[in-house]
Ligand binder design. Structure first.
Ligand SMILES: NC(=O)c1ccc[n+]([C@@H]2O[C@H](COP(=O)([O-])OP(=O)(O)OC[C@H]3O[C@@H](n4cnc5c(N)ncnc54)[C@H](OP(=O)(O)O)[C@@H]3O)[C@@H](O)[C@H]2O)c1
Length: 291
């Protein structure tokens, strides 16, 4: 027996929300949309979406309600503004935020008879629905199971567990790593430029070296998990000296060191505490115990 596609709603039609709504429309789902600035809905309405007059009306129209707003406070404001409408709905919130934001909204949803699933999107709007898109979810296992076919329309999906904050917990840590890498890229590019090397010429060499370096992160991760920093080919003392050289060379080239200097301070603290022979990965201890 064939069943007709379930009604879904998409709240928030920024770059991501529009792509999510298009994926549901392509799959034939009756799709209701809402956006603070209604004009952004027009291309979707032309493709068959229904524009709700209010966010509460949009929530009420979908069995599955996907929320893609700018930040946690916008998501909280819009959802808690529709307390009656959320009852019986599966709320999938892909708005970026911290773990505590997700847990608070999950508790609120549970108190109002809704299932809550938080999603961390690893995609850009253009790749939604392709193999290059993946989304990590956590929160309601029942919602993830019930709606997995629809979630698959958006990209690969992984359920990380029933703590609604888990997907965001991974996400903010992954993004911290990404921004650290971007800080390194920008510093490296400034150094290359002042040495007369164009960024486009320089970047392939950086990418090649970073790619070759990635396996070391897995070794470091094992050291961190075991709090065992003894066996090393990359000691803190050696890295302290290496960073001092890079910082001096940067300054000589007129490049400031706003991203590298704090890392050097963390390493200095470990060496000063007598851990110069330990692995570089021991620096992780300085993040949670700066003394
Ligand atoms: N774009 C990406 O590649 C990507 C990837 C992963 C995760 N994300 C996350 O997905 C979320 C949405 O991203 P986006 O790229 O779609 O952002 P965006 O294009 O800037 O859109 C933001 C949306 O939030 C709405 N909004 C902002 N403040 C609001 C408020 N107080 N009340 C109601 N609506 C409000 C905007 O409405 P108006 O149109 O009226 O301004 C718009 O619909 C963000 O949390 C982002 O971090 C995005």
């Amino acid at each position: 027996m064939s069943t007709s596609p379930a009604p879904v709603s998409v709240i928030g039609l920024g770059n991501l929300g529009r792509a999510l709504a298009e994926a549901f429309l392509r799959a034939g789902h009756p799709t209701t949309v809402w956006n603070r600035s209604a004009a952004k809905a027009q291309p979707l309405v032309a493709n068959g979406a229904t524009l709700a007059a209010t966010s509460a009306e949009a929530v009420a129209a979908g069995e599955l309600v996907v929320v893609a707003l700018l930040d946690p406070s916008a998501a909280r404001e819009v959802l808690t503004g529709a307390p009656e409408a959320v009852r019986g709905r599966a709320l999938v919130n892909v708005t970026s935020g911290g773990p505590q934001d997700a847990r608070e909204l999950a508790d609120w949803a549970a108190g109002h008879g809704a299932q809550y699933l938080h999603g961390a999107v690893y995609a850009v709007p253009q790749t939604i629905g392709t193999a290059a898109s993946s989304v990590n979810y956590s929160g309601s296992r029942a919602a993830h199971q019930r709606w997995q076919d629809q979630l698959a329309l958006l990209g690969r999906h992984t359920f990380l567990g029933t703590d609604a904050g888990q997907a965001s917990g991974y996400d903010v840590a992954v993004l911290a790593g990404m921004y650290g890498m971007l800080g390194g890229f920008l510093h490296a590019t400034a150094m290359a430029r002042t040495a007369g090397i164009g960024a486009a010429e320089f970047t392939p060499m950086l990418v090649s070296w970073l790619t070759d370096s990635f396996p070391a992160l897995e070794t470091f991760a094992e050291e961190v998990d075991g709090a065992d920093y003894g066996a090393t080919e990359s000691s803190l003392a050696m890295n302290q000296a290496g960073l001092a050289t890079i910082i001096r060379a940067s300054r000589e080239q007129g490049v400031t060191v706003p991203t590298l200097a704090p890392l050097k301070e963390l390493i200095d603290a470990q060496v000063a505490a007598g851990h110069g022979a330990a692995s570089l990965s021991r620096t992780v201890e300085s993040f949670t115990d700066p003394s």
